[in-house]
Design a protein around this ligand. Structure first.
Ligand SMILES: [Zn+2]
Length: 152
């Protein structure tokens, strides 16, 4: 299948997902021209705000390949990934993502992804989500990492 066909599959899966009462998102992970995993956003059904199509597809692909390292795979998604999903792509090692509708195109229907990208451009203290560092009195936040280095 070529890029066009993978994208068509994503769009068709997303349309079907809406027919099934779920959000309009779907994604496919491909490696060497073969489908490794495909998934839709099933967040409402799972009561999971992170259950975006891309996240679900990456989770399935990891299980399928028996690794968290999905480098060499390609992600197709009917919409440009939101910052959470793009972050997951970075964690996966995937270097190539193809989308149908851009973030700007999605904003016509839901502008949260666009707002999120804009938020990330702001300085830490000026974002709408307050993220604060805490260093506990009797614990070193570096301890888990130090422990990990000791084990390897
Ligand atoms: Zn997402």
């Amino acid at each position: 299948m070529n890029h066009d066909a993978w994208m068509q599959k994503c769009v068709e899966m997303a349309v079907q997902n809406v027919e099934d009462g779920m959000p309009p998102f779907a994604a496919v992970v491909v490696k060497d021209g073969e489908e490794i995993a495909s998934a839709v956003n099933d967040g409402p059904e799972q009561q999971d705000p992170t259950a975006h199509g891309e996240i679900r597809a990456l989770q399935k692909a990891g299980k399928e390949l028996g690794s968290t390292d999905l480098s060499g795979c390609v992600l197709y998604t009917n919409c440009e990934p939101c910052p959470m999903c793009l972050g997951a792509v970075y964690w996966s090692g995937i270097k190539d993502v193809y989308y149908g509708l851009s973030i700007e195109g999605q904003a016509e229907f839901d502008d949260l992804p666009k707002q999120m990208y804009e938020e990330y451009q702001k300085e830490k203290g000026k974002r709408s989500v307050r993220v604060r560092g805490i260093i506990p009195h009797d614990a070193d936040p570096r301890a888990p990492f130090v422990k990990q280095e000791e084990k390897t």
